[in-house]
Design a protein around this ligand. Structure first.
Ligand SMILES: Cc1ncc(COP(=O)(O)O)c(C=O)c1O
Length: 385
């Protein structure tokens, strides 16, 4: 019997090792990994330069506490602030913790408590971030949620207008909803959200936990929509696999997070910081991001070409290397068949196959993945529908 709580319906592949876009199981079989640890290992598994940065820090010190000034935290904060256009950073250990910090900061800075989020959003599993999430299925059995969250349909500006009153502290959103099904916000909607927030004195929080760190072809996805949030949250890809989370916010919010107002033992851990610095140095680079955009165009047109005609494929959408293939049926069985074919991908919602390849994948990896997807999806839809 496993002594782990069965909180995850585990796959049958147990990894022995992983490198770049590939993962080898203890059964000796090699898989093309188009999950990147759910959008975490954006530079691929065991990236050599990130590994060297961690090893260098490993021989200096691992943990000293946040009572000390820590140079690697300062440097990581500089890089994050510069790439996001923000001024101040707080480091945590995970996405949910980053969003907790964002929620606390917004409530304290505005003196208001109501926060609007969107249906199908996902913001984490702590009490506040679970309450923020616009999906009932993750709340089941936990009793009353925090009452200060309200949910409106995504991309529906009228619904937001009706809800966004003067007593709202913040609007919190993913510009592309990841877990909820790769729903891309429209530029028009997101710009109106920002304008409404300004009008009503609410802060705009953008959750960039899945979309950030180059995943969509820019350092952060909000940068493609011409909006200017007050706070962003980041995690997942920030340190290429070392646990980390962060918020980055505007200078005007500085006084609300003074000494003693918020904290964490492990947040900003030096090993995670060393990994984050190297990861950001590599990804926040014009030519690197240009390649991500080229790969994005390549995979999108290959998927359109091979699957666009299948009547059971409802839509192929996304940005950069965050891609959803929406089917007219649940995708769980297709995903397990794909693993047998040697390709590991994710679901998003019930009906969407989600691809989050490493940003360093090469065209041959994309060709291989598209070929497997084409064969399996065409075969599956022929025999099951
Ligand atoms: C958009 C978004 N926000 C928050 C989270 C929660 O992050 P974590 O699992 O690191 O707490 C996730 C994780 O999937 C996410 O995709």
């Amino acid at each position: 019997m496993s002594h782990l709580f069965p909180t995850y319906a585990k796959w049958e592949v147990e990894p022995e090792s992983a490198k770049g876009s590939y993962l080898t199981g203890i059964d000796g079989k090699t898989y093309l990994d188009f999950t990147s640890g759910i959008g975490v290992c954006n530079l691929g598994h065991c990236h050599e330069e990130v590994k060297a940065a961690i090893e260098d820090q490993l021989s200096k010190f691992w943990h000293v506490s946040n009572l000390f000034p820590v140079g690697v935290q300062e440097k990581a904060a500089d890089l994050l602030a510069a790439a996001s256009g923000m001024d101040l950073v707080f480091f945590a250990n995970s996405g949910a913790e980053a969003n907790e910090a964002a929620i606390k900061l917004a409530r304290k800075a505005t003196g208001k408590t109501k926060i609007i989020t969107f249906l199908s959003s996902f913001h984490g599993r702590t009490f506040a971030t679970m309450s923020a999430t616009g999906q009932d299925k993750i709340k089941h059995g936990y009793g009353p949620m925090l009452e200060t969250f309200e949910y409106v349909p995504f991309n529906d500006i009228e619904a937001l207008e009706n809800q966004l009153t003067d007593d709202v502290a913040a609007v919190m959103l993913e510009v592309i909803q990841g877990e909820g099904g790769i729903h891309v916000g429209t530029k028009e909607f997101l710009q109106k959200v920002e304008a409404l927030c300004k009008e009503k004195g609410a802060l705009l929080i953008v959750d960039e936990i899945q979309t950030g760190i180059g995943r969509t072809g820019t350092p952060f996805a909000f940068q493609q929509f011409g909006i200017n949030p007050d706070i962003i949250s980041s995690a997942k890809g920030l340190a290429n696999g070392m646990p980390v989370g962060a918020i980055a916010a505007k200078e005007a919010l500085k006084e609300y997070f003074g000494p003693g107002s918020h904290g964490t033992t492990f947040g900003g851990n030096p090993l995670a910081m060393a990994a984050a610095i190297k990861t950001m140095e590599i990804i926040f680079n014009e030519s690197f991001l240009q390649e991500v955009n080229e790969k994005s165009e390549y995979i999108m047109s290959a998927l359109d070409g091979k699957l666009g005609q299948n009547m059971h494929v409802k839509d192929i959408r996304g940005k950069g290397l965050m891609i959803g293939i929406e089917m007219d049926q649940p995708v769980g069985d297709i995903l397990s068949e794909l693993r047998k074919d040697g390709l590991i991908v994710l679901p998003a919602g019930n009906n969407v196959i989600r691809l989050l390849p490493s940003l360093t994948c090469i065209k041959e990896d994309i060709d291989k993945a598209v070929e497997i997807l084409e064969k399996r999806i065409n075969f599956f839809t022929k025999v099951t529908v």
